[in-house]
Design a protein around this ligand. Structure first.
Ligand SMILES: Cc1cc2nc3c(=O)[nH]c(=O)nc-3n(C[C@H](O)[C@H](O)[C@H](O)COP(=O)(O)OP(=O)(O)OC[C@H]3O[C@@H](n4cnc5c(N)ncnc54)[C@H](O)[C@@H]3O)c2cc1C
Length: 594
């Protein structure tokens, strides 16, 4: 596979360092091979899923199983798995791209995603050779199906509080498993379950459990708000005899499996929602062009153009960040393998390195999709509320993404927590840049105008970072370890982090397009980056002020608020005209065209 030589930053370092935009991976860099694979998944979705959509959404699980087998025949279940088990082991970016394409298949994307992701990956990454050889080939073929059982009625976000118990029998041959899992995707038909349980009530551990074993049963299908064609059930374990050979990974280290798999799941979700959002944006512009009111297509109205433009802006900017992070993971994985790490160690380590970006992309992607479906429904007017049109289902289906793979609240808190822990361990130097900013604040602000073609924009991103470092530095100093109890502040800090990452990724991508394809071609992309950044600057400044106002007083408060003002200073662009240009591009193309 063609590789692009890019020097990545370490995870979280985007907050303190700049990169050469030409050194950023963007979707414009997909190789021929990646584009061919993309076409293959698109063809699969068009030929096998779309014609069966109604039946799938009606929860025809036999059909879902058949289609998973069909996907196996096309090699679509093994793209993240080595050849020795029947896979084709594509790189990380390719797998993200394929996830994006598959997400256009509605509920089926959940079934295939849970099977190949949270269901199968723990076996690849944490299984021993025997376990991998036993389970992976049939799962990759699609003759068996997988599910992941972590959540319980009493433990969701607090996953480690699971009560399911595993007790070693007297002979030392089997663990006796008892407990109840909830919300298990593919629960209705999975043959293989990755289950987490406490050995002797204290050692959180992973197990591979087969559906056919005595004592495994499932409840009826959950009646859900959306993704109605995805099987979701409770799974019960009653004195299930699990052979000791089926312990997954190390005893007492189940949290490593659970959390590491989630890192990958989060960025994968970020890629998936981009695909779903593009589909919704496509429907929205087609409808807006067709629907006449006051003798004109509704796409001719400024209010609708604003929505069409904003859908495109948010999708494109978020996509820029998702693939930048995905490629950083790919590079890290590659480098680790070259240093002699096994595939599992390398990929897990890479996803862990960029766990902050993974968490942010999960939050951003899911919220972009929610925005896009909400405005998509609005563009459809009354038809948006009808099951006859695609928006009602899209609206319901989108909502789950803010809940699973760690709720967005948990992911926001995690992203800040992980950053501070990295700083504490000396893996990222937040202190020196924070001190430099304190010094800068005591000096006179420079009146010099930002130089260069993209000077204004590059300066804006730099200032967002300074604002973050100033506010975060002072806030951490104030609360120290007590910061974890100030969740409102953590939410605001995470929002600033995400806005910085997405703004910078979009800007770098727009610059790269302008520099490689010419400024004329790059203009519309620069428009999108600029709109996003202007709005992001307003949000960052609000979040920064909210943060400091929640604890600082007197001179300290005045100094920090002045600092926020100083870094939030920019001359806004004409957002109305800019959005109109973006909307025009989408309206003329009659599809999401970026
Ligand atoms: C359709 C569907 C499919 C799913 N598939 C699977 C699957 O295949 N396997 C699996 O194991 N699980 C699965 N889940 C479970 C999912 O991961 C959990 O629902 C999710 O982690 C949230 O847990 P919870 O529902 O218990 O909510 P809770 O943890 O009870 O959270 C409720 C609310 O409180 C907030 N909250 C919780 N703790 C904190 C805190 N410390 N600070 C601030 N706010 C907090 C949350 O953000 C949320 O807003 C699925 C869920 C659904 C709905």
């Amino acid at each position: 596979m063609e590789t692009i030589k890019i020097k990545a930053l370490r995870g979280g370092e985007f907050l303190i360092k700049e990169q050469d935009p030409m050194n950023i991976f963007t979707p414009e860099d997909y190789s021929e091979e990646q584009l061919m694979m993309k076409d293959m998944v698109n063809d699969f979705v068009d030929n096998y899923i779309i014609p069966n959509k109604e039946k799938i959404e009606g929860l025809d699980l036999e059909l879902t199983k058949e289609l998973l087998t069909k996907a196996g025949e096309f090699g679509l279940l093994g793209t993240a798995f080595p050849e020795e088990y029947g896979g084709s082991m594509q790189d990380f970016v390719t797998n993200m791209l394929l996830t994006e394409c598959m997400s256009k298949s509605g509920s089926f994307s959940l079934s295939i995603g849970a099977h190949t992701g949270i269901g199968m990956l723990p076996i690849l990454y944490f299984g021993n050779e025997e376990q991998k050889s036993k389970y992976l080939p049939s799962l990759i073929e699609g003759t068996q199906y997988a599910a992941y059982c972590l959540t319980e009625p009493g433990s969701g976000s607090d996953a480690l509080a699971a009560k399911t118990k595993a007790i070693l029998n007297e002979e030392g041959t089997h663990y006796i498993l008892n407990g109840q899992k909830m919300w298990i995707t593919n629960g209705g038909f999975a043959d293989v379950f990755v289950v987490f349980a406490q050995i002797d009530g204290t050692q959180f551990t992973g197990f591979i459990v087969e559906r056919d074993w005595e004592g495994v049963s499932t409840a009826a299908e959950e009646k859900k708000l959306g993704i109605k064609g995805s099987s979701t059930r409770q799974v019960f374990f009653e004195n299930v005899k699990v052979p000791v050979e089926n312990v997954l990974g190390e005893i007492g280290k189940g949290h490593k499996i659970a959390f590491n798999i989630l890192n990958i799941g989060r960025i994968k979700l970020g890629a998936g929602v981009i695909g779903a959002a593009k589909l919704v944006a496509d429907h929205a512009v087609k409808y807006a062009n067709e629907r006449l009111q006051f003798k004109k297509p509704i796409s001719s109205f400024g209010a609708i153009q604003h929505k069409l433009a904003e859908q495109a802006i948010r999708i494109w900017c978020c996509e820029s960040a998702v693939y930048r992070a995905s490629n950083d993971i790919r590079l890290k994985e590659h480098a680790s393998q070259e240093e002699g790490q096994t595939l599992s160690q390398a990929l897990l380590g890479a996803a862990e390195e960029y766990a902050i970006e993974c968490a942010l992309m999960k939050v951003w992607g899911s919220e972009v999709l929610d925005y896009v479906v909400d405005e998509g429904l609005q563009i459809y007017g009354g038809m948006g509320y009808s099951e006859e049109a695609p928006m009602a289902a899209a609206y319901r289906d989108a909502r789950i993404n803010r809940i699973f793979e760690g709720t967005n609240e948990i992911n926001r808190m995690l992203s800040v927590d992980m950053l501070l822990k990295k700083a504490l361990k000396g893996k990222i130097d937040l202190m020196s840049p924070a001190m430099a900013i304190q010094k800068e604040l005591t000096s006179m602000p420079s009146m010099a105008k930002a130089e260069g073609k993209y000077g204004r924009e590059l300066e804006m991103v730099k200032n967002m970072k300074k604002m973050f470092l100033m506010v975060a530095g002072a806030t951490v100093q104030k609360f120290m370890t007590e910061l974890e109890h100030e969740q409102e502040i953590l939410m605001s800090m995470a929002d600033v982090m995400g806005d910085i990452y997405v703004s910078e990724s979009a800007l770098y991508r727009a610059i790269k397009i302008s520099e490689t394809q010419g400024e004329e071609k790059g203009a519309i992309y620069m428009d999108m980056a600029r709109i996003y950044m202007d709005d992001a600057m307003e949000r960052c400044s609000l979040n920064a002020r909210r943060t400091v106002c929640s604890w600082a007083e007197g001179d300290m408060l005045r100094t920090l608020v002045m600092g926020v003002k100083r870094y939030a200073k920019y001359i806004p662009i004409n957002s109305k005209n800019t959005r109109r240009r973006i909307a025009k591009a989408v309206i003329d193309a009659n599809e999401y065209c970026f």
